[in-house]
Design a protein. Structure first.
Length: 318
């Protein structure tokens, strides 16, 4: 029996299963999952909001992206869209507070940036001594962490150090612009010990680095909601992206790569929201055109005539 001929599962029931089986323990413990959800067009917005709310309730960083606004068929553009959404200032602040706490120094004013000089006064430690300790802690915590790519390590080291300097935090710093995919002069990248731009070839490694860092910064994980309805459309409204059949296949390739890399993406939960066109629409754009992804997500085990709520792909009713 095909998934679309089986009665749909109520959205509320599926969300309950997702929260219990994934967001409560599995994902915070370092697991990862990618789920495909087929819904009526007018229910996708509400489903996205509910998923984001669940992620936030479980201390996850949440990102909601639409294929009509983000070029998700390019892995580096997907990474940039996620990076632009994240609150890097609070993430770096939280990481520093946890780093100091791990070495028995409780941050005097939680949530507020403080310079090394101010911290030295609060801890009654000589500034030079504290500065050397901080350098050592950051080296052990970031630079020696082989789960992070070298360029990602270099960028995060600069962000952490700038957070500890008077007026040092700058949202337009080269390392920050680099993470967001903005143009940075090669000389500035070299000065930051960053070897080059984030591209299609290294974006998967950057996503893995990001997942590891978010957990180091105290987040339970990263929840990404992808609204991919635009993939089925041959036309685009003003201000929206149009995907050629080749770009649709590239999107499926990106999603397949994320599924195959799940063991290297701790704390990542991706919900791909689509309407029935994903399965039954234009054959040149439907999931069946890309067998490598279809084989990974199309459910082959169903309890009788019901949807399997933990299957990689489910059909839901609002």
């Amino acid at each position: 029996m095909d998934v679309l001929t089986t009665p749909p599962l109520p959205l509320s029931e599926w969300l309950t299963v997702v929260e219990r089986e994934y967001l409560s323990e599995f994902v915070p413990a370092g697991g990862a999952a990618v789920k495909f959800v087929i819904l009526d067009d007018d229910a996708i917005g509400a489903a996205a909001e509910l998923l984001v709310g669940l992620g936030q309730a479980h201390a996850m960083q949440t990102v909601h992206l639409e294929a009509g606004r983000t070029r998700i068929h390019l892995m580096h553009e997907l990474f940039f869209a996620v990076a632009r959404t994240l609150p890097w200032d609070s993430l770096v602040q939280r990481y520093l507070e946890m780093l100091f706490g791990d070495h028995a120094y409780v941050w005097p004013r939680p949530g507020e940036p403080m310079t090394v000089a101010d911290l030295a006064i609060a801890f009654e430690v000589a500034p030079n001594l504290l500065g050397r300790h901080v350098d050592q802690w950051l080296t052990e915590g970031l630079w020696d962490d082989r789960h992070l790519t070298q360029d990602f390590r270099a960028a995060l080291l600069l962000l952490c150090l700038s957070r500890l300097e008077p007026g040092g935090w700058n949202t337009n710093a080269p390392s920050m612009c680099w993470l967001r995919g903005e143009k940075v002069a090669p000389t500035l990248l070299r000065a930051a010990d960053i070897s080059g731009r984030i591209t299609r070839t290294n974006a998967r490694a950057m996503l893995a680095s990001l997942c590891h860092f978010l957990r180091k910064a105290g987040a339970a994980g990263l929840l990404v909601v992808l609204d991919v309805r635009q993939l089925a459309h041959t036309a685009a409204a003003e201000g929206e992206l149009r995907y050629s059949p080749a770009a649709v296949m590239d999107t499926y390739e990106v999603l397949r790569e994320i599924i195959d890399d799940a063991e290297h993406l701790p704390g990542l939960f991706v919900a791909v929201l689509a309407d029935a066109d994903l399965a039954t629409g234009d054959p040149r754009r439907a999931l069946g055109q890309y067998a490598a992804l279809q084989m990974r997500v199309w459910p082959d085990v169903r309890p009788g005539d019901r949807q399997n709520p933990v299957a990689p792909l489910v059909w839901l009713a609002a």
